[in-house]
Design a protein around this ligand. Structure first.
Ligand code: NAX
Ligand code: ATP
Length: 494
């Protein structure tokens, strides 16, 4: 059955901080990741770097001595403290941070139980601090000899805590026989009926019932149960996120999510109070993190398919996260949905933020490679921007092939803008005004020229670019309408 939906991308837009010149380092979050062990050094690294790429300003890692050198060597961005065995030092760094992610790669050594007790106590002292608990931290809560003490501590913290179990970790909290296969079948059915949406979930919905119960058992702490569908609940209100994610289930995707969460929980107060109840803000920042992570993973998957690894997703984030914000901005102009932008690889190098769709190529016969990839994008698109190079005749000729694809796969009412790039160059272009006029006469579609490099016609600065696109969009629509009316054609959409 279809559920009441929310616009996940609009949520991200409201949540992400608006950057201003007056900002200082740390204002958008100082995230502390506690994790890592001799075996697992990747997990805390993935979480820390993801928190930065999701907008956080500073990421600290607290790990044991033996994990610190590898983690430091992965990235100079992370401030690594090899002090997990020194609780006073650990607590000191907690004071310096705005959120804590605990568990990635932590390991399960019994002696860590005591350390965890002290860390959680410290969170209790600072009501502003959010604790994101993942991986081995969940094991300590559900399986270790310290579990009863830790469970009581979690209850004290209530909504300050966000736990992110995958299905195996979730099942460890159950006191009865739990059939993972059966549960996943139900989740898949739900996913099929609600694919690519986020929305509100009943507390007694079969896939949610026990998740909401677990949250209530922990005094309404927030639970994000990861899976085919992500379920986010505080035991009172529940949401689902059925955004398409990566089909390649490579290790580290949970660590990435916990890092994104570590950043996003700091933004919850950015949600406007006239639209959101205070009690919902934390929960919705978790919904946004889940939606964002799945979108980012999906973009990575489209790029790498079976070869996808966690670093591919992380590396993609700096292209996709700003695009998410732009998506939303543009989708406001389009009323709803996500805007997908199609562009040729080389044309928009200086515009990574608008460069989501970057690996489509046409061979010399005008045949599109990676057809299945593009089809997935077309289906979700409310708007499509086609970019060609004014100095490459072939790229202009290919517009007809693009348009055929758009006609075949995209929605009937999709908006289209065509941009001739590199308008900053002085020398005569290969594609002339006359060529473009003829194209417009044939297709009814106006071509705009601009430059991603120089910013000519406002294409370089994000905000100006978007305003520029908005103007084109509006005029474009009018022109299509006029062209149709001139030919005596009537359409429901233009
Ligand atoms: N490069 C790294 O350093 C990485 C370290 N990691 C760390 O590795 C440690 C152990 O994590 P594990 O996730 O292996 O923990 P577990 O020991 O809880 O293992 C879970 C097992 O369940 C299986 N499983 C997961 N989803 C399933 C499903 N839907 N149906 C059936 N089986 C399923 C997995 O294949 C895995 O073997 C954690 O500390 C974690 O943070 C991971 O995060 C992956 C990357
Ligand atoms: N079947 C699926 N389809 C799409 N996305 C999924 C699927 N399962 C999980 N995800 C997404 O992948 C991310 C990580 O979830 P996953 O279950 O892989 O975590 P994990 O097992 O804890 O990961 P890790 O390998 O880091 O320990 C979440 O954002 C989740 O929404």
């Amino acid at each position: 059955m279809q559920k009441a939906q929310i616009n996940g991308s609009a949520l991200i837009k409201m949540l992400l901080p608006k950057l201003e010149s007056s900002m200082y380092k740390g204002q958008n979050g100082k995230i502390l990741v506690i994790g890592g062990s001799k075996e697992y050094t990747g997990a805390p690294y993935y979480a820390g770097v993801s928190s930065l790429k999701a907008g956080g300003d500073i990421a600290h890692i607290i790990c044991p001595e033996e994990a610190s050198i590898p983690i430091k060597s992965y990235s100079p961005e992370l401030i690594v403290h090899p002090c997990l065995n020194d609780i006073q030092e650990t607590l000191k760094w907690m004071d310096a941070c705005t959120s804590v992610v605990i568990g990635p790669g932590l390991g399960r050594e019994e002696k860590l139980g005591q350390t965890l007790n002290e860390i959680i106590d410290k969170v209790q002292d600072n009501k502003q601090l959010k604790l994101v608990g993942d991986a081995d931290f969940l094991w300590f809560i559900s399986q270790s000899s310290h579990k009863f003490v830790i469970q009581e501590q979690i209850k004290q913290l209530g909504k300050q805590v966000i736990l992110t179990p995958n299905i195996v970790e979730f099942q460890r909290f159950m006191h009865h026989e739990y059939n993972i296969k059966e549960y996943q079948k139900l989740e898949l059915e739900f996913f099929e009926s609600n694919r690519n949406t986020c929305g509100i979930l009943d507390n007694d919905e079969v896939i949610n019932k026990e998740v909401a119960q677990l949250s209530r058992a922990f005094n309404n702490c927030i639970i994000l149960k990861k899976g085919v569908v992500d379920i986010i609940t505080d035991g009172v209100t529940s949401y689902y996120v059925a955004t398409e994610g990566s089909l390649k289930r490579c290790g580290g995707q949970g660590d990435i999510l916990s890092g994104v969460l570590g950043a996003f929980v700091n933004y919850s107060e950015n949600l406007p109070s006239d639209q959101f109840e205070q009690s919902q803000k934390s929960l919705l920042s978790v919904v946004a993190a889940s939606h964002a992570t799945r979108l980012i993973s999906y973009a990575g998957y489209l790029d790498k398919t079976i070869s996808l690894t966690a670093p591919d997703i992380i590396n993609n984030m700096s292209q996709v996260t700003p695009v998410l914000a732009n998506h939303v901005f543009l989708s406001d102009l389009l009323d709803s949905g996500v805007l997908f932008i199609l562009t040729k690889k080389s044309n928009f190098k200086s515009q990574p933020s608008i460069h989501l769709f970057n690996n489509v190529q046409w061979d010399t016969a005008g045949q599109e490679r990676y057809r299945t990839i593009t089809n997935a994008y077309y289906r979700g698109a409310d708007g499509i921007i086609l970019v060609f190079d004014l100095y490459k005749r072939d790229s202009f000729n290919n517009l007809h092939s693009w348009l055929k694809e758009v006609e075949k796969h995209a929605k009937n009412d999709v908006h289209i803008i065509i941009i001739g790039n590199k308008a900053d160059k002085e020398e005569p272009a290969e594609v002339t005004e006359a060529d473009m006029q003829k194209f417009t006469a044939d297709t009814g579609i106006q071509i705009y020229t601009a430059s991603a490099k120089s910013g000519k016609n406002g294409l370089i600065k994000c905000q100006r670019k978007l305003i520029w696109v908005e103007q084109c969009w509006k005029s474009k629509k009018n022109e299509r309408k006029q062209a149709c009316e001139a030919k005596g054609e009537q359409r429901s959409h233009y």
